[in-house]
Design a protein around this ligand. Structure first.
Ligand SMILES: Cc1cc2nc3c(=O)[nH]c(=O)nc-3n(C[C@H](O)[C@H](O)[C@H](O)COP(=O)(O)OP(=O)(O)OC[C@H]3O[C@@H](n4cnc5c(N)ncnc54)[C@H](O)[C@@H]3O)c2cc1C
Length: 384
């Protein structure tokens, strides 16, 4: 390997993880615990903001318990005890079992990445790009720090999220983006908007015809609001704030918050991508995402990050069977992704959603039967 300039250093590791969000940090933690030499490259200084509803499902809390962070997350967050869904004047509310948690991503992601470093992962600040990968050795360029680093690693874990560009360009790694996909926006609002938007311990989902938003109160009283919006409707409304305000008015919520918020956006949400290539394993949103309605992207990211180490181990030993990680990821999140996709398709049909909510709120037996479909992976109070 040639050293390209005086400010370039070259180093070798077993594993390089690109992205220090939940997927990358969980993967780094488990790899470090296995005794492998692992470096995590993260471009942002933590704590960093992230467009997200901040709702961690019971499945995500279980993964945090594996990481030894269950208590810390519960203490830093607010337990979620009710799910309230409205579309226009129709509304249904479900009692949750309280094991899910609302937590700001600046807190959660910092907890997990710090945990990975405590387990022995090295943390490096910079923007990483995979220049070359095969089953023998991968090469990653890291820029943005004091000097450019070139890292050689036996394995790369790509965990750079929805908008990540760390993988080589070209057809092989290009994500498949659903044409009708919506995009995400998010904002953090001062506590004074809490009474208009949602109570503590509540997930408030407000659905319009071409978008929806969710709101939760965080432990400091501020309100995390995140939305999925149709690009066309957002353009017609005059921007994300105006589009969210329209949904609020439709659901009889004071829209003042939407005009005051500073919205941050994401690329189109619904996408899939190959989960592996020679020497490369893909986890979290980088491997695909659906939509935020069911609040489980963090849980999928954590579950994938924790599960990948078995396949990394095989790759390090030279016994990896191509396709095994793709199959495993499908087993771990495939079924939930399909359910989430069906929910989001139903959400685009207001003629279906409104009567469904009316039925759920009026008929307890229907609620017991169908609520798990609406509430996704959120466990209802009293459920077995
Ligand atoms: C509007 C909205 C609301 C949501 N609400 C919820 C919710 O309530 N509950 C839930 O469970 N999920 C929710 N999600 C989904 C959730 O945010 C994601 O699924 C989750 O963050 C995925 O984690 P990740 O680690 O894969 O990616 P990320 O959390 O995006 O982390 C990727 C990391 O990689 C870093 N990075 C990117 N490129 C590079 C590079 N080249 N080099 C180095 N570092 C890089 C980034 O800085 C980032 O820190 C929501 C998503 C949206 C859009």
């Amino acid at each position: 390997m040639s050293v390209r300039s005086e400010t370039t250093t070259t180093e070798t590791h077993d594993v390089v993880v690109i992205g220090g969000g939940p997927a990358g940090a969980a993967a780094a933690w488990v790899c470090a615990r296995n005794g492998w030499d692992v470096v995590v490259v993260e471009k942002a200084a933590f704590p960093r903001e992230k467009v997200c509803g901040g709702c961690l499902s019971p499945m995500g809390v279980r993964s945090l318990e594996t990481l030894g962070l269950g208590t810390a997350a519960r203490q830093a967050g607010v337990s979620l005890q009710r799910f309230d869904c409205a579309a226009g004047s129709r509304r249904a509310q479900f009692q949750l079992d309280g094991t899910g948690v609302a937590i700001g991503r600046e807190l959660l992601d910092d907890l997990i990445l710090t945990r990975a470093c405590a387990a022995g992962a090295e943390r490096l600040r910079g923007i990483a790009h995979v220049d070359h990968h095969d089953n023998a050795m991968c090469e990653v360029a890291v820029s943005g720090g004091e000097c450019t680093r070139r890292i050689r690693a036996k394995v790369v874990i790509a965990a750079d999220g929805l908008s990540g560009t760390c993988l080589p360009e070209g057809d092989y790694w290009r994500p498949k983006i659903v044409k009708t996909s919506w995009f995400g926006v998010g904002a953090r609002l001062p506590a004074r908007f809490g009474p208009d938007l949602c109570d503590r311990h509540l997930i408030a989902m407000r659905c319009g015809v071409e978008g929806y938003f969710g709101a939760v109160r965080l432990s400091d009283g501020t309100v995390d609001v995140a939305a999925a919006l149709s690009p066309g409707a957002t353009k017609r409304a005059g921007g994300p704030g105006a589009a969210v305000a329209e949904i609020a008015r439709y659901c009889r919520v004071d829209p003042a918050f939407a005009c005051e918020a500073v919205w941050r956006g994401t690329p189109l949400l619904t996408r899939t991508r190959r989960a592996e290539g020679p020497g490369v394993f893909v986890v979290g949103d980088c491997a695909g995402y659906v939509e935020p309605f069911t609040g489980e992207g963090i849980s999928w990211a954590l579950a994938g990050g924790l599960a990948v180490s078995k396949y990394i181990g095989a790759a390090l030993r030279g016994t990896y069977r191509a396709g095994a990680w793709s199959d495993a990821l499908t087993r771990i999140v495939g079924q939930r992704r399909v359910s989430c996709r069906l929910t989001t398709i139903a959400l685009r049909r207001s003629w279906l959603l409104q009567p469904a909510l009316a039925l759920l709120s009026a008929t307890p037996s229907a609620a017991a039967l169908f609520a798990p479909l609406v509430a996704g992976p959120w466990r209802l109070a009293g459920a077995p």
